[in-house]
Design a protein around this ligand. Structure first.
Ligand code: SF4
Length: 199
């Protein structure tokens, strides 16, 4: 029965589980070359690696994102693969099921990619630019702080409190970002300060 099969047919039937050396041992030395030609190129060849942090929870596992494109201008970039960062001290390359599904999260059609704004009386949110969003946030914060900042309590003791605005920070940040965020928020007088670690 074996003699009736061509080498190509045999290779097809044997599938990927049969290594080239085993094939050679069976007397199909030339088939090794065919097997090598049939092997698909490693899918991450030529991709760009970018280190980042999983956005989901406060464990803040490190990830490596692989994207097409070489970062040159006009090159189309698309993230094609994400895996745990083996050099990251938190997760050592591992990811939980949520982190393992990050690629779907990134390419989800319902993912919010721009700031959203819903004005008074409007029924739906609409996307706005980052500059517009940041200018508006800064304006509203300044106005609210000017109006409601408390310098001293009823006993005349300096307290420097700003109680009418709260701040929700990200838990999956670097130590440096967290340090600076804390400094900015606390120096403004905001007391209502939390992060999304419990989300
Ligand atoms: S991979 Fe899982 S455990 Fe790690 S940060 Fe993401 S959600 Fe949290």
């Amino acid at each position: 029965m074996l003699q009736e099969l061509s080498r190509r047919q045999f290779m097809k039937a044997a599938g990927a589980g049969l290594g080239g050396s085993a094939v050679a041992a069976l007397g199909f030395g030339g088939a090794e070359e065919a097997l090598a030609q049939a092997v698909r190129p490693f899918k991450l060849t030529g991709t760009t690696e970018t280190r980042n942090t999983c956005p989901y929870c406060s464990v803040a596992c490190g990830v490596i994102m692989y994207s097409l494109g070489d970062k040159s201008k006009n090159a189309h970039q698309a993230i094609v693969h994400i895996e745990g960062d083996p050099d990251h001290p938190t997760n050592r390359g591992t990811l939980c099921p949520k982190g393992s599904a990050l690629l779907d999260f990134i390419h989800s059609e319902t993912r919010t990619t721009t700031p959203q704004y819903r004005g008074p009386g409007e029924k739906a949110f609409r996307p706005i630019g980052w500059n517009e969003a940041l200018d508006r946030i800064a304006r509203l914060m300044k106005d609210d702080r000017d109006k409601n900042f408390i310098r001293t309590n009823q006993d005349g003791v300096t307290v420097n409190r700003w109680l009418t605005t709260g701040f929700l920070a990200a838990s999956a940040t670097t130590n440096e970002t967290a340090f600076l965020t804390y400094k900015v928020v606390r120096s403004s007088g905001i007391l209502a300060f939390d992060n999304q670690a419990r989300v």
